[in-house]
Design a protein around this ligand. Sequence first.
Ligand code: ATP
Ligand code: MG
Ligand code: MG
Length: 353
Amino acid sequence: NSDLILYVNLELVNKKSDRRYIVEEMLGQGTFGQVAKCWDAETNSYVAVKVIKNQPAFYQQAIMEVSLLSMLNDKFDPDDQHHIVRMLDFFPWKNHLCITFEMLGHNLYELLKKNNLRGLQLQFVRTFSRQILDALIVMKGAGIIHCDLKPENILITPKVNSAAGVKVIDFGSACMEGKTIYSYIQSRYYRSPEVLLGYPYTTAIDMWSFGCIVAELYIGLPLFPGASEYDVLSRMIEMVGGQPPDDLLREAKNTRKFFKHAGSIYPGNEAHDGLRSSYRILTEDEVEARDSKKPKIGKWYFPRGRLDRLIFSYPWKNLNEEAEKEDCLALVDFLRGLVEFDPNKRWSPLQAS
Ligand code: ATP
Ligand code: MG
Ligand code: MG
């Protein structure tokens, strides 16, 4: 990878015939390639250039990124009002596809780290959430599923009239609703129950990730920092209460990885909406016996427990005033609509706004 960085630097700087983009620094690396801050000598401005790895699968997906994002930019957000990154150009370069974007600021994970992972003030949580939701409304209207919403893929925008703002980036995993191809999508902490379970998915999976992000912005740590998919799912069940509805469990491909079917209604099992379920989640011992290895414990110390307790008792916040407690109640309510196991009952972007 460091070879590639050097390669990119030398080549882009030294290309005699086309000196348009001059690499200044590396901004980030992802699975798909590298992103560099470049000086655009033609427009005299900074741009972010994403250099996609030169392998066919990445190229195909990058073509998808270009086509979905240009559709979003041009058709659904022509006036750049909906907090979606602007794509400026794309060009092939030495077997690499390169995509240029407007230059944005730090991503939200970097912002949380700067704040010692103690979470943001509610005022910022609210502003950023509204803006992400605005982007999600447009994406749903366009029938686009982002498939990789997470703090690393939401960037701070340069200050306009000193108002804080964010934009959604990285459509490198996105797809059209109804034309879903991949089943292994979303980053693990932000992965929705239906994707974990291998059930057909819709734009509702982005709303699950959005809920995880809103909670993380407030508490400073991921809501479901599971070391394995089982760990993520068991944290969801513990945190939210209930579990995915029975018809989803019956039809999903991976149910047996996580749940035991009891044949009849499993006694005492509080399932979705308080209905009794015929499934129960496997115990850690059962998973261990099956995998002959214990699920690793998440690397963060994290208060496991119920969502409302987490939001209210989080140590960095001091909730002295009644108004702040009411804000917390409203936040828990909001999160409950989003981290809802049943994709059909989960709030849509419009319902949440
Ligand atoms: P992933 O592994 O999440 O799929 P990726 O390879 O698809 O990543 P991006 O998410 O598009 O790449 O970009 C990687 C990182 O580069 C981002 O998290 C962000 O920190 C930085 N970055 C990307 N685009 C920009 C931009 N327009 N302005 C500033 N920084 C950017
Ligand atoms: Mg990314
Ligand atoms: Mg990506």
